[in-house]
Write a protein that binds this ligand. Structure first.
Ligand code: WTA
Length: 596
């Protein structure tokens, strides 16, 4: 199918800040040489990290698609994010500026600032607790079900320090979803908080964790971070508050960072699949950190005097890569915000950005100066693979495009037979070469890893996205080619929604599909066949919506009446969000006008 719908393939925008601008042809030439020699190219990037032991080989490709990057190499993620900096002037640099959600007269009432030295101290203490009190060792997996508070990255780094694997479950997930993921990852310890805050709602994380652990019997102990101080039920044999534990822990402890193999798992993160239970993507250590190091510099132009803000939640891969490991490894000062953003205009990942939103962002937020782009990647890829790279070489932007593949990545658009698609013809996005940051496997299910990503186009990685390439070689990702729905950047499988629905006593069969939505990208709509004796009604409709939330993504709506029936994540109706968006837009435009 030829794509000639309203995408501005020929509109080029060059930001005023064009320090690294080069012609597209020049970029293509450099890109080509890095792809031809991608192993050596990525080894060059990896050698900029501090390894305890250098690798023996760049890539072990003896058992595709189970590639191993930098075998023989040893390193530690916590060392790279912390120890390395505290022996330099960065020791007293602020690593994390945290802002809580509550405000008074528009200003946050809670702000915490932690220097690299502070984070280092906390991570060592927590690592000590995990090892000495909870017996956590390399090979164990810890589950994190936490709100956006500084303890979140601290626990992730503490686990990494011990060489233990962790798995994060987004704090909006329900008890069932949490339990499934804990069981799949075989987590023996769960870290949660009493209560989390989200858009003024209190989310009872500990209570959800309690319900989940009835099913997830692998969980033997629960650590609870006291965040709001709300009363929560505690099981005295199983649960402990972090502040109580820390009172019995020496103030200053040092835990040696455990050298791990490059291909040792750093974490497991589940993605919603087209069918079956969520897929636990297993990310390695050496390849993953190499990709983050590269993209922090090339895409975000990370510099020491920057204050950097990634608005994602750590519950998603974006937070893992670009709130925690990427920026801390580069020694940046990062802003971390507890709440969820109300206005979905700031995204540059997760779903296609429409050209108009791009132009508006570039003009009013970027003041025509700042390179702005839509970075394509996914949980599986570990980090950004298709994007503008203004920190390295910049090519003109186009509203709505994802840009070109980053150096060392051989991306293509192919037809059903796997042949290169003509420009402007819709096809499937593929990545033709292994890259650092790729998954090691799907946890507990290597066959599925092969089937989902590597069978459709043998030898290439198949992400499941439609795309076109224009005459300049720019990629335009058009959306999912399979049964995955992206709601406000969150990935949901139709299967998960359907299986939640058929657990309801009134439902015989259910089919969920995605409907395009201007603001959220897509929203799910479900067709339901009721059991004999059941009649459709407004009330049942509402009940089923609540039910899906309860089963799949309940916590984010806790305590509030449910308004819009088509959105899963928040209680505001699309109309309301639309209105809020227009208000914001108007306000910014009037401020801009008065300044000009
Ligand atoms: C989609 C998010 C268009 C795509 C990091 C992919 C995008 C899925 C973009 C992965 C983008 C991601 N433009 N679509 N810039 N970035 N996607 O695992 O469909 O939550 O397959 O990872 O998001 O979603 P995930």
């Amino acid at each position: 199918m030829s794509v000639n719908w309203a995408l501005p393939f020929d509109e080029k925008i060059v930001p005023e800040n064009k320090r690294t601008l080069i012609p597209i042809e020049a970029y293509q030439k450099i890109h080509k040489s890095t792809v031809t020699n991608y192993r050596e190219f990525w080894a060059g990037v990896a050698s900029e990290l501090n390894w305890f032991k250098r690798w023996d080989r760049i890539l072990d490709d003896s058992n595709p698609p189970f590639y191993k990057w930098f075998p023989g190499g040893q390193l530690n993620a916590s060392y790279l994010c912390l120890d390395r900096h505290i022996h330099t002037w960065r020791k007293n640099k602020v690593a994390i500026i945290w802002e809580g959600e509550p405000t008074e007269n528009g200003a946050p009432t809670q702000i915490r600032k932690l220097t690299y030295q502070d984070v280092y101290r906390h991570v060592n203490r927590i690592a000590y607790v995990l090892r000495e009190k909870y017996g956590i060792r390399k090979g164990d997996t810890i589950g994190f079900y936490l709100p956006m508070i500084p303890e979140f990255p601290i626990f992730m780094l503490a686990a990494a320090r011990l060489g233990a694997c962790f798995t994060v479950i987004f704090s909006g997930f329900s008890a069932d979803s949490l339990a499934d993921r804990l069981v799949d990852a075989d987590a023996k310890l769960l870290v949660t908080a009493d209560v989390g805050r989200r858009r003024g709602n209190l989310v009872k994380l500990k209570e959800v964790a309690d319900r989940a652990s009835e099913k997830a019997t692998c969980v033997r102990k629960i650590i609870v971070v006291r965040h709001t101080g709300n009363e929560v039920p505690m099981d005295k044999d199983r649960d402990a508050f972090l502040d109580d534990i820390l009172r019995e822990t020496p103030e200053t402890v040092y835990v040696e960072p455990e050298p791990v193999k490059s291909e040792d798992p750093l974490y497991i993160l589940h993605t919603s699949g087209t069918t079956g239970r969520p897929k636990g993507q297993v990310h390695d250590t050496g390849g993953y950190l190499t990709l983050l190091h590269a993209t922090m510099r090339w895409v975000f132009d990370a510099r020491d005097d920057d204050v950097y803000w990634c608005t994602a939640d750590i519950g998603w891969v974006t937070g893992h890569s670009y709130i925690v490991f990427g920026p801390l490894m580069e020694g940046m000062t990062g802003l971390m915000y507890e709440g969820a953003l109300e206005y979905p205009v700031m995204h540059s990942v997760g779903e296609p950005i429409n050209p108009e939103a791009f132009r508006w962002m570039h003009r009013h937020v970027g003041r025509d100066q700042i390179p702005f782009g839509s970075t394509w990647w996914m949980t599986e890829t570990g980090g950004i693979l298709v994007s503008h790279t203004p920190g390295l070489y910049m090519v003109p932007m186009k509203p709505g495009t994802n840009g070109l593949a980053i150096l060392g990545i051989d991306a293509d658009v192919v037809d059903d037979d796997g042949k290169g698609q003509k420009s402007l013809e819709r096809g499937y996005l593929v990545i033709r070469n292994p890259w650092p940051g790729m998954p090691l496997t799907i946890h507990n299910d290597p066959d599925r890893y092969r089937e989902v990503y590597w069978i459709k186009f043998p030898g290439s990685f198949y992400p499941g996205d439609y795309a076109v390439r224009d005459d300049d070689g720019y990629f335009w990702i058009l959306g999912r080619a399979d049964e995955v729905i992206k709601v406000a950047g969150h990935r949901l499988g139709t299967y998960e929604l359907e299986s939640a629905l058929i657990q309801h006593h009134a439902v015989a069969e259910a089919a969920a599909v995605a409907v395009p939505d201007e603001l959220k990208g897509e929203v799910p709509v479900a067709f339901v066949i009721l059991r004999a004796g059941q009649a459709p009604s407004e009330q049942l409709n509402r009940e089923l919506n609540d039910w899906v939330r309860e089963k799949v993504v309940q916590a984010v709506v806790a305590g509030k009446p449910i308004g819009d029936v088509t959105t899963l994540e928040d209680e505001a109706s699309v109309d309301e969000v639309n209105r809020a968006f227009l208000d914001l837009k108007q306000e910014i435009e009037s401020r801009t006008a008065s300044r000009e």
